[in-house]
Design a protein around this ligand. Structure first.
Ligand code: GLC
Length: 558
């Protein structure tokens, strides 16, 4: 818990660690991570210094999209454990000061979900089909899909069903893979069911929910084609104005739970990818979501002007709605920072993902260390994706035959997909599975690169210069330093391509994104640096946290 926020408002400056359960730690030896594995590593997370864990989906799922194809929200997938284990884990985490956030996937369900199975078995026009988007095709014999909407996963967004007699039937909508049919949010059952699911998990002590694809739920029922340049709210399947009512009701559910000192407020965190920041912050009005992921910052290249512009736009747009910003360097969908920042184009875009882009990992690592100091010093809450604290690179050499991600499969292998950032974590030892699984276990579900022997938790704990040592130090300072977390920041000049800002009366963060060393601004004490200083200078791609000298900092206030 950051020192600025009360327990009730814990989320305004929380450090939230994202666990991809399949790849965090394997307790039962089947090569897949599970809840027992997480339980056995809670001390690691407490020592790291995080306030909360966000679990990507742990529910019953055929795993057509890594669990984002949910067959039953009230059942833990047997590969991960049981509901009783989840309840115990939530309580055990809380006992070491860590809150739990679960992932809710309201846009779609698995094609194995009982609602969808019932819909397939029912006739066109039936109440079972009304919970989804079943529609006759266009053209002769209904052979053409109802719309040509694009999919974030490449490929088509409608699949044709078969009638009981084997003849071609209606089509159903799936913005993602065909194993993820979209729900119809105009249907009262869909709304009621999700509010029940929220209560189901809040009743089990979770502190919040992360809402998957939060801007996609509502569709224009007239099913028009996508306009070439849709204006605000004009896209038929994204950012529709009706969404806000849904989140207002969810907020009422969250607010109906007591927010006393031990539990704090139950929060709603949106996965909202929208280029228009003003549309984005509408989801963060006081009666809607508490926070949403700041993908603008995540996607920016390692460039002082770009990052500064993103930070300014983020803070300026959040201020009027009173919501804190979030700072996110990566997640289970995007290229690992160590790899991304080591490329000529260090920005992130799904469209630009290609196999075999030349990468300088040393450069990437230096920048990822500096980026860790930068993002942890900015106002608001901070997300850390598992393995980033170890500086894991993207595993690009993964054999294509092992790739299961629909992004890879549906692009015909053009897009590498997302497995490269989802590889099981290396904990200890010199050879795979690096302590991920117990001795004698089945092979890990994705192989680990042998060179990760140098990146294990065990090795990094013994090395004060490691990425893990840096993360532990920065989270310790972030917790203790009164200026950090929620609150204002003030830029001050420190040279071209240098980001420098003050937090509170004496804390300063300086990040040198130029290609030459710059003098460190006046200071009383260096608290932490992302790499060695060069005498009194801050080298290129290096960040420093300082206690500023009071007289100099006053002079530099803007
Ligand atoms: C979100 C998830 C991603 C998933 C998609 C469909 O973007 O983060 O992993 O594939 O939604 O549910």
């Amino acid at each position: 818990m950051g020192s600025q926020a009360s327990e009730r408002l814990w989320w305004r400056d929380a450090v939230i660690y994202q666990i991809y359960p399949r790849s965090f730690a394997d307790g039962d030896g089947d090569g897949t991570g599970d809840l027992a594995g997480v339980r056995s590593r809670l001390d690691y997370l407490a020592d790291l210094g995080v306030d909360a864990i966000w679990f990507t989906p742990w529910y019953l799922s055929p795993m057509a999209d890594g669990g984002y194809d949910v067959a039953d929200y009230r059942v833990i997938d047997p590969a991960f454990g049981t509901l009783a284990e989840a309840e115990e884990l939530i309580a055990a985490a809380l006992a070491v000061g860590i809150r739990t956030i679960v992932d809710i996937v309201p846009n779609h369900v698995s094609d194995q979900h009982q609602w969808f199975q019932a819909a397939l078995a029912a006739r066109p026009g039936s109440p079972e089909r009304a919970r989804f988007w079943f529609h006759p095709g266009r053209g002769p014999g209904g052979a053409e899909m109802p719309t040509r909407w694009a999919s974030p996963f490449n490929g088509e967004t409608w699949t044709r069903t078969k009638n009981p007699d084997g003849t071609p039937g209606e089509w159903y909508l799936h913005l993602f893979s065909s194993a993820q049919p979209d729900l119809n949010w105009d249907h009262p059952d869909v709304r009621r069911e999700h509010e029940d699911v929220l209560r189901f998990w809040f009743d089990r002590g979770v502190a919040g929910v992360r809402i998957d694809s939060a801007a996609l739920l509502v569709k224009d029922p007239a099913l028009p084609e996508e306009p070439a340049n849709p204006g605000p709210g004009e896209h038929p399947a994204s950012d529709r104005d009706e969404l806000h009512d849904i989140y207002r009701s969810w907020r009422t559910v969250a607010d109906s739970y007591p927010s006393d000192v031990t539990s704090g407020e139950r929060i709603l965190v949106g996965e909202v990818w929208l280029p228009d920041v003003d549309r984005f912050v509408r989801y963060l009005r006081p009666d809607e979501l508490h926070t949403a992921f700041n993908f603008d910052f995540l996607a920016r290249p390692w460039d002082a002007a770009e990052l500064r512009e993103s930070i300014d736009a983020t803070l300026a747009s959040h201020a009027p709605v009173g919501a804190p910003a979030t700072w996110v360097l990566s997640n289970h969908d995007v290229t690992r920072p160590v790899t991304r920042y080591g490329r000529a184009d260090s920005g992130f875009s799904f469209e630009a993902k290609r196999m075999g882009t030349p990468t300088d990992l040393e450069l990437g690592r230096r920048r990822a260390r500096a980026a860790a100091l930068l993002s942890a010093a900015l106002p608001g809450s901070l997300y850390i994706y598992q393995g980033d604290e170890l500086g894991l690179p993207e595993f690009e050499e993964l054999d294509n035959t092992l790739r299961q991600d629909p992004m890879f499969l549906r692009s015909g292998g053009v897009d590498p997909g997302r497995e490269g950032c989802r590889v099981p974590l290396p904990w200890s030892g010199d050879a795979p599975p690096f302590g991920f699984s117990p001795a004698g276990a089945a092979p890990t579900w994705l192989p680990q690169p042998p060179e990760w022997a140098e990146l294990t938790v065990e090795k990094q704990l013994a090395d004060p210069g490691s990425m893990l040592a840096l993360y532990r130090a920065l989270l310790r300072i972030r917790r203790a330093e009164p200026g950090l977390g929620d609150g204002p920041m003030i830029w001050f000049p420190a040279g071209d391509d240098v980001l420098a800002f003050r937090r509170g009366p004496r804390f300063a963060c300086v990040v040198n994104l130029s290609d030459r060393p710059v003098p460190l601004p006046g200071h009383e004490r260096v608290l932490l640096t992302s790499g060695p200083l060069a005498g009194a200078d801050l080298p290129s791609d290096t960040a420093a946290w300082l206690h500023a000298a009071p007289q100099r900092s006053t002079q530099h206030d803007q």
